[in-house]
Design a protein around this ligand. Structure first.
Ligand code: ZN
Length: 301
């Protein structure tokens, strides 16, 4: 962290709250200084030059003066407003969700360049109209990687054996991924995961966002993969994100809060490969080995 009194930095606005008569405190993410709280004084007065630009999800260029409690914003310019991100409720809810995940993962004043990059990319993808659920999965797995918790999908976490497609395996976030039938632990009923869902997880883990956006997946399998990643994230972050409930409520096509989540997971477990039998015409492009991550992920930011 620099000791200069005056400095400028790009920030992503994570959240804000109002303070006193006219001030606003922002929790922001910066590439170099990580998460910090800054204060925009007088910003809620109509005459303020800082104006209404200090909203969550925007990327701003801030000029700041170091202060005793909070650094003080002296100038703000919007770099990316990502306005289209707010066009749909599902997209907005997903932005809140990834923002909360990032916020929860960060300590104040720790360098956070990689996290800044993936959050920036998530907003950009949402703004470009990528399906919010796919953006969320992409982000969740990148976040897990950045936090040093890359889930094991190919090999049994207990014996390091390569998982065969015919095996009935379980998904155990507390152990770091899949567990083969040779070991104890939760039952298939409690934690079973289908081969198709594992393939989807593998694709999500290794493919770039554009390729993930183009996958054609049976909804049941996609949902099972979603539940598996979310369970993994809850384990990594040690709690359920608050924004998840809102996210589930505004999920497109499902109406209100969704009790089907539990049911779809149960169904997916009792029928390991429903897509094969019931939807013969459906392509399963994720079956092919995805390209190595190094080929597709160089273009971030
Ligand atoms: Zn094993």
């Amino acid at each position: 962290m620099s000791t200069r009194k005056l400095y400028a930095t790009d920030v992503l606005v994570l959240s804000h709250f109002d303070l006193g008569e006219a001030d606003r405190v922002l929790s922001v993410l910066t590439p170099v200084d990580g998460k910090l709280k800054v204060i925009a004084k007088g910003v809620r007065r109509p005459t303020s030059r800082l104006g209404g630009s200090l909203e969550p999800f925007a990327e701003l260029r801030l000029s700041l003066v170091r202060g005793r409690t909070f650094d003080i914003v002296t100038q703000a310019a919007v770099i990316h407003p990502w306005l289209r991100l707010r066009d749909s409720l599902a997209s907005t809810a997903t932005a809140w969700y990834v923002t909360e995940l990032a916020d929860r993962s960060l300590e104040e004043r720790h360098p956070a360049e990689p996290l800044y990059a993936i959050l920036h990319r998530a907003y950009t993808l949402l703004d470009a109209g990528m399906a919010p659920g796919r953006v969320a999965r992409w982000f969740e797995l990148r976040l897990a990687d950045e936090l040093g918790f890359r889930p094991e999908i190919d090999r049994c976490v207990e014996c390091d054996r390569l998982i065969e497609p015919t095996e009935s395996v379980r998904w155990v976030p507390a152990l770091g991924g899949v567990v083969c039938p040779r070991h104890g632990g939760p039952t298939l009923q409690e934690a079973g995961i289908s081969t198709d869902a594992l393939r989807v997880l593998k694709a999500y883990q290794r493919m770039d966002a554009e390729a993930i956006a183009g996958l054609r997946l049976p909804p049941g399998v996609e949902r099972e993969a979603e539940e598996a990643i979310r369970a993994f994230l809850v384990y990594v972050l040690e709690r359920e994100p608050r924004s998840r409930r809102f996210l589930d409520e505004v999920r497109p096509g499902t109406g209100a809060t969704d009790p089907r989540m539990a049911r779809s997971r149960a169904a997916a477990q009792s029928h390991p490969s429903p897509a094969n039998e019931t939807e013969p015409g459906l392509e399963r492009p994720w079956v092919a080995d995805p390209p190595p991550a190094s080929v597709t992920e160089g273009a971030d930011r």
